[in-house]
Design a protein around this ligand. Structure first.
Ligand code: FES
Ligand SMILES: [Fe+2]
Length: 339
């Protein structure tokens, strides 16, 4: 199945763009085929409404902001964050009718990003306590398009057996192909997984961890908030905590925005942010080339033809089962499109 096949996925938060992208005015964005305009009000809050004026259908994203309103570029009608038209300049003495209205979406800022949802969200934006902890620093890493299904990224988050092969240029080692056991627990919309993984610690790894030995152990606590957010909290033997927060926004069946940041309990003097980013860059590009080679349709539902498997796929299969549970608990699949 593809992510647009199940309406429930319209009910989660997805990053649209860095907040800084709104500094020079409103921006268009589309999620699940819904074209929206996103803007920032003077108080810092963000809003998103349908990118189509209810007067003569001009794109509001070609307009500008005035106070907390979005101004249509065609005849200057002004809309608030709820989508209600508040000012019609050609009727200065009258309150615009309630019918002068465009559809609002859900919009919020968190972690330097603008997040949007098409329908009432089922869960909040994930809470990352380290992001507000002064003993940690947050480093923005990547915000870019990857040509893959979001579901393949979910598989990858619960796939320790790829590390030895895909990441042999960084922390992987093909002489240790059998992954360790994971302890998995279920949450309302996701899973957590704990494991301890022996990894190679090559030159960039040494810069990144501050550890001199040629191997090291990652204690990994994964928190997945389905469908699209994953926190990987790695504790190294020297006390370094490296939190990787990754989130994906589906642009279509085989295109996501891949957004990643890291949060660490060391300082710029210990490990420059550029070194942390360089290592995570290399690792993510190792994943990207493989994941972009995979098919967009992923068998999630019982009637779909399964792929071949092995015992090491069990954590990823639990994630797929969780996705299926979410779909079945919230409206199932929509009727297939007819040609
Ligand atoms: S089309 Fe928007 S004000 Fe006329
Ligand atoms: Fe990977």
């Amino acid at each position: 199945m593809k992510i647009a096949d199940a309406p429930v996925f319209r009910r989660f938060w997805y990053p649209a763009m860095p907040l800084a992208a709104l500094a020079d005015g409103p921006k268009p964005f589309a999620l699940f085929g819904e074209e929206m305009v996103i803007w920032q009000a003077p108080d810092g809050s963000v809003a998103a409404v349908r990118d189509e004026c209810c007067h003569r259908s001009a794109k509001l994203s070609l307009g500008w902001t005035q106070n907390s309103h979005i101004v249509c570029p065609y005849h200057g009608w002004q809309f608030d964050a709820s989508g209600q038209c508040r000012i019609i300049p050609q009727m200065p003495d009258q309150t615009p009718p309630e019918s002068a209205y465009v559809r609002p979406y859900f919009a919020q800022t968190r972690y330097g990003l603008v997040w949007v949802a098409v329908e009432q969200p089922l869960a909040p934006i994930p809470d990352l306590p380290e992001a507000d902890d002064p003993s940690y620093r947050l480093i923005q890493e990547f915000h870019e398009v990857w040509e893959m299904s979001l579901f393949r990224l979910v598989d990858n988050w619960f796939d320790l057996s790829h590390v030895a092969f895909v990441h042999q240029g960084t922390q992987g080692d093909t002489s240790r192909p059998v992954p360790p056991e994971e302890t998995i627990e279920e949450t309302e919309f996701g899973l957590t997984s704990y494991s301890e993984v022996l990894v190679a610690n090559r030159s960039e790894g040494k810069l990144y961890t501050g550890i001199e030995t040629d191997t090291t152990v990652r204690r990994r606590l994964v928190t997945w908030w389905g469908p699209n957010c994953r926190k990987l909290h790695i504790t190294y033997p020297n006390g370094l905590q490296h939190v990787i927060f990754t989130t994906a926004t589906p642009l279509d069946d085989k295109r996501i925005i891949f957004t990643q940041m890291c949060i660490r309990n060391d300082s710029e003097a210990d490990v420059p942010a550029a070194d942390a980013i360089a290592f995570d860059r290399k690792v993510t590009l190792e994943d990207k080339i493989i994941l972009e080679s995979t098919r967009a349709d992923v068998p999630i539902m019982p009637w779909e033809t399964p792929e071949q498997g092995m015992p090491a796929d069990r954590p990823a299969m639990r994630a797929r089962r969780k996705l299926r549970d979410i779909i079945e608990a919230h409206g199932g699949m929509q009727a297939p499109h007819t040609a």
